[in-house]
Design a protein around this ligand. Structure first.
Ligand code: CMC
Length: 427
């Protein structure tokens, strides 16, 4: 029994008493599940006031700018951990011992190759396809290769699917890039780190040796950590919704990739870099700010604002530091970074952005880092998807552990009332 109660009274009805649920952290939540059986539904497009599930994986305090994975602050994870260790923590709930980590790493490393037939699947795509379209298609197609023996109700089978996804996503992501370039696919190298292997598959060719730069390897690992999970965002909710019917996990992850692609979500990093290129010089910033504030202009300042953060996105703080480190290592002076820093400074002092609590988000700086590494902007969201895969699987798994209930929202119907049909077409 919950200690706190809330009551709701519909006109002409007796009041319904509802439990108020308390989490470990964050605000209390009114449990409205019993309303449906009383013929009452709530209306919340965009889920701005609705908790869609219970979860133990990630906590965000948007007002304070806090992000915790299994209780651990993101800045501590980004500076003192690795993407694979964070993946372990997200999937299993606790940090690994040395032995557990070695086993985990070995298993992930030993499953990086994909079925050879999938390499031929790529050739069905146009070379100029957006890599997100290819990633979505190929990830969905993995379901055709890993379906028959998979029982989603069996925790061990789900664990195997998790390993396959975590291991193979960098391979598929790098193949999307190589295919667009027309270069041969590079097989994974199991002697390299997760991030190092990805960079090698992206930039090596069969013609000469490619040595991974340790600063860039660390920066890539950090980018992966910062994108690993973010509780019930659009793509994670999509994965949960798709999975709630008992669907194949590779198909569910493909659904998450589709949702991530949009510019309001994971596509923002690509859109942000394009915007910075369009602004091009500090003197053009006021014009873009004017457009961002104009209600009649659909333009938004990409990399700014967040549904949950009403403070500086803690991931953006780490990303900003990494950005400076990478540019220093590469000896680059990036004009776009100057534009970005000036834009950030001006926006943070502008009443429009202050009143609406619009701060830079994770995508504001990630594009500049990836561009400096030589990665084209069309690949930015692919890298986001590769990093987020572990978060998606952790949520998909948690949903199955908690007992699956198919996601089936209701609606407020505002169409025609019933009317008779007679065809006006010639018979
Ligand atoms: N530029 C200009 N105005 C903005 C922006 C922006 N980037 N973001 C929000 N606003 C305004 C918006 O016009 C509205 O103003 P008003 O109250 O006068 O109508 C107010 O701020 C609230 O905006 P909203 O659309 O109700 O907020 P939301 O929570 O629905 O949207 C968002 C969140 C991330 C979609 C939005 O801030 C946005 O489109 N940002 C740009 C895209 C972006 O950077 N997305 C990456 C998010 S972080 C990565 C990830 O997790 O996917």
């Amino acid at each position: 029994m919950a200690d706190k109660k809330a009551t709701i009274t519909c006109p002409g009805e007796t009041a319904v008493e509802l439990d108020v649920l308390q989490g470990t952290l964050g605000q209390d939540v009114i449990d409205i599940r019993s309303l449906g059986s009383k013929g009452v539904f709530t209306f919340d497009p965009g889920f701005t006031s609705t908790a869609s599930c219970e979860s133990k994986i990630t906590f965000i305090d948007g007002d304070e700018g806090i992000l915790l994975h299994r209780g651990y602050p993101i800045d501590q994870l980004a500076t003192s951990s690795s993407y694979l260790e964070v993946s372990y923590i997200l999937l299993y709930g606790e940090k690994p011992t040395q032995k557990e980590f070695e086993e985990f790493k070995t298993t992930v490393t030993r499953h990086t190759m994909i079925h050879e037939q999938i390499t031929r699947l790529f050739h069905g795509f146009r070379r100029d396809s957006h890599p997100m379209a290819v990633l979505c298609g190929v990830t969905g197609a993995l379901a055709a290769f890993y379906h028959d023996s998979l029982d989603v109700n069996n925790p061990r089978h789900r664990e195997i699917a998790a390993f396959r996804l975590l291991s193979k996503m960098p391979t598929v992501a790098a193949m999307c890039y190589k295919y667009a370039l027309g270069q041969p696919f590079i097989y994974p190298r199991n002697d390299l780190s997760y991030a190092g292997n990805f960079l090698h598959m992206m930039f090596a060719t069969p013609c000469e040796e490619y040595v991974v730069n340790p600063v860039l390897e660390r920066a890539m690992d950090r980018i992966l950590i910062l994108h690993a999970d973010h509780e019930q965002n659009a793509s994670t909710s999509t994965v949960r919704t798709a999975g709630s019917s008992g669907a194949n996990p590779f198909a569910c992850i493909a659904a998450g990739i589709a949702s991530l692609w949009g510019p309001a979500h994971g596509g923002a990093n690509e859109a942000c870099l394009k915007m910075l290129e369009e602004i091009n010089h500090k003197e053009h910033i006021p014009e873009f700010l004017r457009r961002a504030k104009d209600k009649n202009d659909s333009f938004r300042l990409m990399g700014f604002g967040h549904r949950v953060y009403k403070n500086y996105d803690p991931r953006a703080t780490v990303m900003r530091e990494t950005c400076h480190e990478v540019l220093q290592e590469l000896g680059m002076k990036d004009d776009l970074l100057e534009v970005a820093m000036e834009l950030e400074h001006i926006a943070l002092h502008d009443p429009y952005f202050i009143e609406r609590k619009l701060y830079p988000n994770v995508d504001f700086y990630s594009g500049i880092i990836l561009k400096a590494m030589g990665i084209p902007s069309s690949m930015f969201t692919v890298i986001f998807a590769m990093a987020r895969t572990v978060g998606w699987i952790a949520h998909w798994n948690e949903m199955h552990d908690d007992g699956i209930k198919i996601a089936r929202p209701r609606q407020l119907y505002t169409g025609y009332a019933q009317r008779d049909f007679t065809s006006d077409l010639a018979k």
